[in-house]
Design a binder for this molecule. Structure first.
Ligand code: IPM
Ligand code: MG
Length: 357
């Protein structure tokens, strides 16, 4: 069986970290005879520079054909002044919505080896294992109408629309309930139902789903409280389900609990389990081109890809074990460096994972 993997390195540190993940994938491809074929395309700022659009037709066509996509990161100061429709981020958002990748899974797992890299006390984060399920193709990111308009008094007003249909809420809810069922059976739905009608409906639909999942304990939390609880006592959470924007914010926060956002992978899936996999972090323009970025989030995203879109559990486990092994060896990129460990470059980290494989 042959499967097509599309690599979208993107901008900033994207090309450096995707290169390492590609080498890791090539290695497991040989070792486990996975039949993976690799192709590459442009997205984000790189695509803007070459084709004047952040999501060229060719890239979208290849993405539709692919069994799975591995993306680095998009964006950077070079393109910050462009109008909204021409921003690199539109490439990423366009891929998410064109492929209907509505279910974004962002695990935040603390590797025991990195407990001291977290800014929180070790006892608060040790053993941390939470999964944020973020709705990715709706909510305020995509709601219409949106824009900047001129008011009669001559002032300009910026506006966006926060809207969710019942079916959008139900399908992300089901993904979260299923995930909770596979884990510890606890699901916390995060909303702002004390202020926003859209999340009153969100809460109602989540509550309704408990009839299908009587074995899962559902709770609700306002987003401001959730942000606080995540740093106060993060281990109270198992699975969190929330909308697009709250999920964007809370997943960065959860990532940092684990020591570095440079460690966290993510999966964005549609209803056919086709998926795009990317590190949770951004393009880090400040360190791009220096060869010091942490490639592990991207390498772990490749592992998620093998597991969720390709059904290659064994190969996924091998990659995850290899990552754990290099951490045991005390190898650290700058973002996770702590006393008694050895600083390595992006390439050296990739080499170490390959060696462990
Ligand atoms: C993320 C990123 C994106 C988002 C940006 C780059 C558009 O922050 O994947 O979390 O807001 O979804
Ligand atoms: Mg984000």
């Amino acid at each position: 069986m042959s499967r097509n993997i599309l690599l979208l390195p993107g901008d900033g540190i994207g090309p450096e970290i995707v290169a390492e993940a590609e080498r890791v994938l090539a290695r497991v491809n040989d070792r486990f005879s996975l039949g993976l074929n690799f192709d590459q395309a442009l997205v984000g700022g790189a695509a803007l520079d070459a084709c004047d659009t952040p999501l060229p037709e060719d890239t979208l066509a290849k993405a539709r054909q692919a069994d799975a996509i591995l993306l680095g990161a998009v964006g950077g100061p070079k393109w910050d002044a462009l109008p909204m429709a021409k921003r690199p981020e539109k490439g990423l958002l366009g891929l998410r919505s064109s492929l209907e990748l509505f279910a974004n899974l962002r695990p935040a797992i603390l590797y025991p080896q990195l407990a001291s890299a977290s800014s929180l006390k070790p006892d608060v984060v040790s053993g941390l294992d939470i999964l944020i399920v973020r709705e990715l193709t709706g909510g305020i990111y995509f709601g219409q109408p949106r824009g900047v308009r001129h008011l009669e008094n001559g002032e300009r007003q910026g506006y966006n629309t926060y809207a969710y249909t019942e079916s959008e809420i139900r399908r992300i809810g089901r993904v979260a309930f299923e995930a909770a069922r596979q884990r510890n059976g606890k699901l916390c739905s995060v909303d702002k139902a004390n202020v926003l009608e859209v999340t009153v409906l969100w809460r109602e639909v989540m509550e309704d789903l408990t009839r299908e999942y009587p074995d899962v304990a559902l709770s609700h939390m306002y987003v401001d409280n959730a942000a606080m609880q995540l740093v106060r006592a993060p281990k109270q959470f198992d699975v969190i389900v929330t909308g697009n924007m709250f999920g964007d914010i809370l997943s960065d926060e959860a990532a940092m609990l684990t020591g570095s956002i440079g460690m966290l992978p993510s999966a964005s899936l549609n209803s056919q389990k086709q998926g795009m996999y990317e590190p949770c972090h951004g393009s880090a323009p400040d360190i791009a081109g220096q060869g010091i970025a942490n490639p592990l989030a991207t390498i772990l995203s490749a592992a998620m890809m093998l597991r969720y879109s390709l059904g290659e559990e064994e190969a996924a486990n091998a990659i995850e074990a290899a990552v754990s092994q290099v951490l045991d060896q005390g190898l650290r990129t700058a973002d996770i460096l702590s006393e008694g460990t050895r600083k390595v470059s992006t390439r050296e980290m990739g080499e170490a994972v390959l060696a462990a494989l």
